[in-house]
Design a protein around this ligand. Structure first.
Ligand code: B16
Ligand code: MG
Length: 215
């Protein structure tokens, strides 16, 4: 049976996606590269480097320029996340974390972000999770399962004892590739591959997820 829940951060527990978008938009504007909110959708859950590759397309940049742009975008992002507070937790997030703690289910963060530790601190949920796997934990980004396998290991659990909650297609794919259960948040067009699809965590109880997983 299920002993642990691994939460993606951006798009699941909080919406830092908006800040990632604003930071990428500023960079793209400076570089004169066309970019908008719609194009940003393709970057959901995608690592920093892969996101930049999708933005620049077939434009030619040197490795040094790529590094500089990644750092510049991250600088803008860090400026923006200074405003994050516990109020930025998405509806249902804190209730579910607390319910899981009560039920003796282990919890972890599995985020591609190198800023996940900072965001988790700003959200005030450091002591609500048992482990944090972030952009520094593994080499292979999602959709590779490495990040979630790392989180499961930190929790001392087997993959099949874990559920991953994700908002990105790449994240759902990573969870399933790792032999874990997947709960997808959002439209079926995006997270339909998951074992359970929910619109968001608002009003979601642990028993609801368990019931749907055993259907
Ligand atoms: P950073 P998640 C992901 O977080 C974001 O969804 C994605 O937009 C971002 O590019 C990626 O983290 C890397 O973030 O530049 O801060 O290292 O959804 O995996 O929590
Ligand atoms: Mg996400």
């Amino acid at each position: 049976d299920i002993r642990g829940v691994i939460f993606d951060l951006d798009g699941v527990l909080t919406d830092t996606a908006e800040y990632h978008y604003q930071a990428w938009q500023r960079l793209a504007d400076e570089e004169g590269i066309p970019f908008n909110r719609q194009a940003n959708e393709a970057l959901r859950g995608v690592s920093r480097r892969e996101s930049l590759m999708l933005i620049i397309g077939d434009r030619k940049y040197s490795e040094a320029q790529i590094q500089e742009m990644m750092e510049r975008k991250n600088g803008y992002y860090i400026e923006l996340i200074h405003h994050v507070t516990p109020k930025d937790l998405l509806p249902g997030a804190i209730a579910l974390l607390e319910e899981l703690r009560q039920a003796g289910i282990k919890t972890a963060i599995g985020s591609a972000s190198k800023n996940a530790q900072t965001v988790v601190e700003l959200l005030g949920i450091v002591d609500k999770v048992d482990a944090i796997a972030d952009g520094y934990s593994v080499k292979q980004p999602k959709p590779a399962p490495d990040l979630f396998l790392y989180a499961a290991k930190e929790l001392g659990l087997q993959p099949k004892q874990c559920v991953v909650v994700e908002d990105a297609a790449a994240g759902v794919e990573a969870a399933l590739a790792g032999g874990m259960w997947a709960v997808g948040l959002g439209p079926v067009e995006r997270v339909g591959a998951a074992d359970v699809v929910l619109p968001s965590l608002a009003g979601v109880k642990w028993a609801d997820i368990q019931a749907k997983l055993s259907e």
